[in-house]
Design a protein around this ligand. Structure first.
Ligand code: PGA
Length: 231
């Protein structure tokens, strides 16, 4: 399986900035990247449509991901973005349960479980973010057949956006623990991943989730190039 690299813009970038990012990215990224890696881009909701068009027009083999999804299907849920809404835009994956959503939006493991259910119903692949303190609680709420369709991102809180990437040995132990609970799911790591440290994480994981270092397309391309196996 190709290693996964997911770019999470969080709520950064206007539509115009996301478009400029994509134009720069598509001109700078090499074919070798897509031969060896599965690359996903998760912009804010407002930029999904523009990036969806960009991906189609440039026939760039990267996947579009959303950063959240409604826990309900389409209907009378003002302000929510349903799985159908996302599917309609060409979204293939959705990040769920990011610690920033837990911290700032009071999202619970139960909320996350409902979002995962909706995503899978719409054929979207959930990327479930977990940290060890609530790993068991979160995964226990997900049916094993559903879990097999998910990607799990191990995201230790202290490493997110801090520039203090997690110790490789600790990541390895966490991945092994997650694997015992979700043997069929790809498991990736997120937290201050950069072009300097990405390669070591790819040895012990199925991929990485990248925040800060994805915001500048040149830095992101450097990071992707650093993942490539030598010829
Ligand atoms: P970071 O963000 O790369 O800026 O640490 C990662 C994340 O929030 O998933």
């Amino acid at each position: 399986m190709k290693k996964l690299v997911v770019a999470n813009f969080k709520s950064n970038k206007s539509v115009r900035e996301a478009q400029e990012w994509f134009e720069g990215f598509s001109q700078s990224v090499s074919d070798a990247v897509f031969t060896q890696l599965s690359v996903s881009i998760a912009p804010s909701f407002t930029a999904l449509s523009t990036l969806s068009q960009g991906i189609q027009q440039n026939t760039l083999p990267c996947l579009l991901a959303a950063q959240d999804i409604s826990p309900f299907s389409a209907g009378s849920y003002t302000g929510a973005t349903s799985g159908q809404n996302l599917q309609d835009l060409g979204v293939k994956q959705v990040i769920v349960g990011h610690s920033e959503r837990r911290n700032y939006f009071d999202e619970t493991s139960q909320d996350v479980a409902l979002k995962i259910e909706q995503a899978v119903l719409e054929g979207l692949t959930p990327i479930i973010c977990v940290d060890l303190p609530y790993l068991d609680e979160q995964l226990a709420l997900i049916d094993s057949a559903v879990l097999a369709k998910c990607i799990i991102a191990y995201e230790p809180l202290s490493a997110i956006g801090s520039g203090k990437n997690a110790d490789l040995g600790n990541v390895k132990m966490a991945i092994e623990k997650i694997k015992r609970l979700a043997s069929e799911s790809p498991i990736i790591y997120g937290g201050s991943v950069s072009d300097q440290n990405v390669k070591e994480y790819l040895i012990v994981t199925d991929g990485v989730l990248v925040g800060t270092k994805s915001l500048d397309y040149l830095q992101f391309v450097d990071l992707l190039n650093a993942c490539l196996l030598s010829p």
